[in-house]
Design a protein around this ligand. Sequence first.
Ligand code: WTA
Length: 633
Amino acid sequence: MNNYLINNKNKYDSAYNESLNNPEKFWNDIASENFSWYDKWSSVVKWDFHKAKINWFSNAKLNITVNCIDRHVKTNPHKIAILFEPNNVNEKPKSFTYSELLVEVSKMANVLKSLGVKKGDRVCIYLPMIPELAFSVLACARIGVIHSVVFAGFSSDALATRINDCNSSLTITSDGSFRGAKTLNLKNIVDDALLKCNDEQKVLVVKRTLEPIKMISKRDVFLEDIISGVDVYCKPEIMDAEDPLFILYTSGSTGKPKGMVHTTAGYMVYTSYTFKNIFQYTDNDVYWCTADIGWITGHSYILYGPLSNGATTLMFEGVPSYPDFSRFWSIVEKYKVTQFYTAPTAIRALARQGVKFVQGIDLSSLKVLGTVGEPINEEAWNWYNINIGKNNCPIVDTWWQTETGGILISSIPNVIPDKPTFATKPFLGVQPMLVDDNGNELKDNNIVGKLCINFPWPSIARTIWGNHERYINTYFSTFKGKYFTGDGAYRDEYGNYRITGRVDDVVIVSGHNLGTAPIEDAINEHPNIAESAIVGFPHEIKGNALYGFITLKDSSIDSNYIKSDINKIISNKIGPIAKLDKIQITTGLPKTRSGKIMRRILRKIASGDFNNLGDISTLLNPEVVNKIINNSL
Ligand code: WTA
C-alpha cells in the first residue's frame, strides 16, 4: 500500500500499525518512493538510545537541495516556490519559481565557494526574513556546508557564543533589517560579536536597508559585489545520509546553548512526509508559516518540508502589528493562503485587538490552520477557530521540538479530529509514552506523566555539536533507554495527548524557549547583584513571562537603578526576548540545606499561588518565604 498520503482514518490506522510493527519496511517504502537518491541505503535504522547513537538510511547518498529544487525544476519549472512579502506595504513583493530558485541558490553557493568555504565547514547566517536568507540556507546545503542560522533578534554576545561554539568561519548578514516601523542595524551587531571571535572570520553582507555601515577590508564583502561574477549553476555535492545538514542552537536548563545537530536523509524524509500530511498540501495551495527561519519551525516548515514537496511557501519579513493589526489577514487575502501556521502568542496578541481587524477581509481561501511552540489555551483556540477558520478549518496543534526536527504529535485534517488544547495523536512512526518520576510507564489513559518517546523517528537530532555526553545526559539519562522530551503531558480516555508544559528550567516565552540558567548567569555578573533566581509565570499574551528574584550585595543601593541595569544586561548578553517582566529585589532566596534555591516555591509565588507552596519544612530559611510573598509584584 502506498502510505505517502494519509487522507482517511482507516489509512492512518493501518499505516500507524505498520509503522510500529515493521518500521523498517514502513520507512523504507516512504523513502524509496518519494525522494531522489544517488545511492540507496544499506539499512533503514540502527539505534541505541543508551549511547544516543542513531542512524537512518545508512550509506545512502543524496543532496537535499536536489529534492527541494532540481526535481521540481524538471516537472514544474514555472511553479512558484517562494513568495516574499516585504515589511513595508508599499514595497513590491517578490516571487521565485522553482527554476529561478535553482539559479539563486546556485549563485549563492558559488559565492560561498569563492569565499573559500567547503563541505563540512560551518557558516553562520544572521539575516532578517528576506529571500537571501532562504538562498543562503539552501546554498549551504547545496555544497555540503553546515548552516547555523542565528535568529536576528539575538544580541552580539549570543551570536559570538554560537559562532565560537561551532567554529564557523563565515557569517552571512545584512546591513540591517526592517521590523515594523523600526530598522535595526544588524552589521553593527555582527561587528561587535566578531570582536569576541578568532581572526579567521569573513562576513558576507546583503544590502537591505541601505543604511551606512562600516566595512572592514579583507574581512567584509558585499554580496552584490561578487554575485554578478559567479556561474548561475552549481553542481550539488553528493552527501551521505548521516552528514550533518545544520546546527541550530536551543536553550538548555544549564549553561551555554545546545547546538542541536540534524543530519541529511532522515531529516528530509520526515519533514517532507509530515508537511504533506499534517497540512494536507495539494498542488495549487499557498502555504504560509509565520515563524522566523531562525527557529526550527522555519527550517522545517518554511523551507525543507514545503520545498521538498514542490509547494509554494510564503515568507513574510515583517510583524503582525504593522502597519496595523490586520496585516496577517490582509496577507492571507492577498495571496489566497490555504494553510496558515502560527504561534499561540500571536493569536492571543491579535485576539486582544478585537475582531475589527479581521472584519471585511476575505479569508475564504483558508483550509487548514495550525499552531506551534507552546500550549494553546481554549480561549485563543476558540477565537482562532471562529474568527479566522470561520468554524470551517481544522486546527492542527502541532507538538514538537528543535530536537525532534519535525512534528511528532498533531491532529491531521479530516483524518484525526482536532480537540481544543490537545495536540492529539502521534504521527506515523512516533511512539510516545508517559512515565512517572521513576520512569515506570503509565499505561492507563486519563493520566498525567512525563512525556518520553520510545523509538527513534528519522529526524531526531543526532548529537549536540561538540558534546555528545551532554546529548546523552540531557535526553537519554533521566529515563534510561527512552528519549525524554522535558515536557509533561496528559493523555485523555481516547489516547489524545495534551502538553501541559515544561517540567525543567526552560520557560517558553512568546513561543521562544528560554533557559533560566543562562539568564541568571548573565545578571549575576552585575557587580552589585549577589544572587538571582528566574522563574516563569503565566502571562495573558506571551503564555509565560519571566519573574526575577534578586538579592543585592549591598542593600543600600538604589533598586530602580539595578532593575533597569538588569534588563540592559539581558538584552546585551542574550537578546531583548529574554527581558524580565517583573523584578523583585529581596533580602534572601528560599534554599535547601544543601544551598540549592527552591525554584518550585518561587514559581508558585510568581504565579500568585501563595496557598499551595507545598512542603517548606526542609528550607534552611523558611522565614524568607513570607517576606517574599508580602513584597511580591
Ligand atoms: C513547547 C518548537 C504545547 C514544548 C517547535 C516543547 C508545545 C518546546 C507545542 C519546544 C504545542 C512546542 N503544544 N507545547 N503544540 N509545540 N511546544 O524547541 O514545551 O522552540 O518542548 O521547538 O515548545 O520548543 P522549540
